[in-house]
Design a binder for this molecule. Structure first.
Ligand SMILES: C[S@@+](CC[C@H](N)C(=O)[O-])C[C@H]1O[C@@H](n2cnc3c(N)ncnc32)[C@H](O)[C@@H]1O
Length: 247
């Protein structure tokens, strides 16, 4: 299932150096087929894959550059996301249920977490997999990127011990965004609005993680009411849901 309002409907126009094996890979691993009349284009130039729209938007990831905040500096003891995930309690495994641009997944991997990162949107999953292939950084290579809906992934998960889940669904009114404005507009159009976020969170909570952490805008209501506690920053907050066993 693709995000509820996403513009991608399964096919793209292919431009550039695509081999038959790569076209087959698009189809079998991401469900993406080729259609010259499609609204979106995937351009392959050597090892780079860029996604373009008819109206001039584009997305392409490079995890070795700092253009997007991929390598933000932090103090481990005070970073709110690390705190929320239980870093100081020794938690070092995290399942990121909403990979998106992979900024948070990269940050967590860079700070010593073993990260499994889930994304349901095939084009985002493809672009991130390519950026990982192209990256020279050890911690980027170690992330397990999985193209799946979080629901499908969670249903078959035997939750490992000392593991946290992290969830950052799309929210319509975020003021500050990680990407330049036009790219953010395109990203939002592409992935849709994650209207099933509460349902995904309920499933995550039922899976007995040490804790489930949800990123929310400051004034937004909690996705589900049973928040154990909240960590606020100037720009957003993290709602922490602890399992009964670990609280
Ligand atoms: C706000 S973005 C996440 C940004 C991410 N935290 C980052 O650092 O780049 C939300 C992403 O989560 C994905 N997503 C939301 N709900 C999902 C679900 N149930 N299963 C898989 N992916 C999901 C959306 O497709 C979108 O790409």
């Amino acid at each position: 299932m693709v995000g509820t309002l996403g513009i991608f409907v399964g096919s793209v126009k292919l431009q550039g150096d695509w081999s038959q094996d790569e076209i087959q890979d698009l189809r079998s691993n991401f469900g993406i087929s080729s259609d010259d009349a499609a609204e979106l284009t995937l351009v392959k130039n050597e090892n780079q894959i860029q996604l373009k729209s008819h109206d001039g938007h584009h997305l392409c990831f490079d995890f070795d550059l700092n253009r997007v905040d991929y390598h933000r500096k932090t103090s481990k003891s005070s970073d709110p996301l690390l705190k929320a995930l239980g870093y100081s309690k020794g938690i070092r495994n995290v399942i990121d249920l909403s990979m998106g641009l992979a900024i948070d997944s990269l940050f967590l991997a860079q700070n010593g977490f073993t990260v499994t990162s889930i994304e349901r949107h095939p084009l985002m999953a493809l672009l991130v997999r390519q950026a990982q292939k192209n990256s020279t950084r050890e911690f980027v290579k170690k992330i397990d990127f999985v193209h799946s809906s979080a629901q499908e992934f969670l249903k078959s998960l035997n939750t490992p011990e000392k593991t946290a889940a992290y969830f950052d669904p799309m929210f319509p009114h975020k003021k500050k965004s990680a990407l330049p404005r036009q790219e953010m507009v395109f990203f939002r159009k592409l992935v849709g609005s994650d209207d099933d976020a509460s349902e995904t969170l309920a499933l995550a909570i039922s899976k007995k993680f040490e804790r489930v952490v949800v990123k929310r805008p400051l004034k937004a209501p909690a996705l589900l009411p049973q928040v154990s506690y909240t960590i606020e920053t100037k720009l957003m907050r993290f709602d922490v849901y602890k399992s009964q066993e670990s609280s």
